[in-house]
Design a protein around this ligand. Structure first.
Ligand code: 48H
Length: 265
């Protein structure tokens, strides 16, 4: 026998428990594009409690669309091991370029992040942060539907040791922090400098340098990192995004480890 109310009960009960269990996290990530999902995978694999909020119904950000809706992505040599790690198939194109289905890349990355233990909430937007003692200490969230309909509904708050802005071109979390701290980001201007025109090689190179802490306990990765520091865009080459997620995860993991070591001293 199939009972509609029992179906509803199962959904509400399991979602409610997961959300309740996510009110305090080690790391909150904003945005489930390639860089956010990659960060979520590496952090969760290390045993950290990772909670990711994605505004859209479907995770993946700009990856599924490939280049101009041709649903393929290009990945360079340095990021090939990540495709292999996540079981994403690829074909060599010319010497150092590899091509993968953008859909398979998204599916593989998403599945790996979830199986590593990251909790992903879609349809929820980060609209603000919490700051205590000049450190980011969490995020403020609301249903994306509330945001879209411009309903006057107060948000809820999530506490987190670290927050990662992986919101892509708009660098939304960095923008909020820049505005609310009146320009205290760790950039040359104290604010979000803004993305520069297309230059794939330089964009990919700077992306990894720009992937770092931009305000105490707030990190940035992916396209948002180049937006914050004024790096160029790079078009549909995705190796840098995946490596940027891996890099931000390793920065946080190293910091956690050195804090633990200091506590034992
Ligand atoms: C919750 C939010 C919020 C918010 C936005 O754009 P993305 O794919 O970001 P990256 O940096 O992982 O990848 C960038 C890549 O897709 C790209 O655009 C490239 C390579 N462009 C090059 C070029 O030249 O154009 O994903 C960001 C995600 C999206 O899914 C948004 O919906 C989500 O973040 N998001 N989620 N709260 N406030 N803002």
């Amino acid at each position: 026998m199939i009972d509609e109310v029992q179906i509803s009960r199962a959904i509400i009960d399991s979602y409610y428990r997961e959300l309740l269990n996510s009110l305090e996290a080690d790391v909150v990530i904003g945005g489930a594009g390639p860089s956010g999902l990659s960060a979520a995978f590496f952090l969760a694999k290390e045993g950290l409690k990772v909670v990711l909020f994605e505004r859209n119904l479907r995770p993946g950000g700009g990856m599924a669309g490939g280049g101009m809706l041709f649903n393929k992505i290009v990945v360079q040599e340095e990021a090939k091991p990540l495709l292999e790690l996540w079981g994403i198939s690829y074909k060599p194109f010319s010497e150092t370029y590899y091509v993968a289905s953008s859909l398979e890349a998204l599916a593989g990355l998403l599945l790996n992040a979830l199986r590593a233990g990251a909790k992903i909430f879609n349809g929820i937007s980060i609209e603000d942060v919490m700051i205590r003692n000049s450190k980011v200490s969490g995020v403020v969230i609301n249903w994306s539907a509330v945001e879209l309909a411009k309903l006057h509904v107060d948000p809820l708050s999530i506490k987190s040791q670290y927050v990662i802005d992986a919101t892509g071109h708009a660098a939304e979390i960095a923008q909020v922090v820049a505005r609310k701290t009146e320009g205290k980001l760790l950039t040359a201007t104290g604010g979000v400098i803004g993305e520069k025109p297309m230059w794939a090689e330089e964009g990919e190179r700077l992306l990894l340098i720009n992937t770092r802490e931009i305000y105490p306990n707030l990190y940035v990765c992916g396209m948002a990192a180049n937006a914050v520091f004024g790096g160029p865009r790079m078009g549909p080459i995705f190796g840098g995004m995946l490596l940027s997620g891996q890099r931000v995860a390793s920065l946080i993991i190293e910091r956690q480890k050195s804090q633990k070591n200091n506590n034992f001293k």
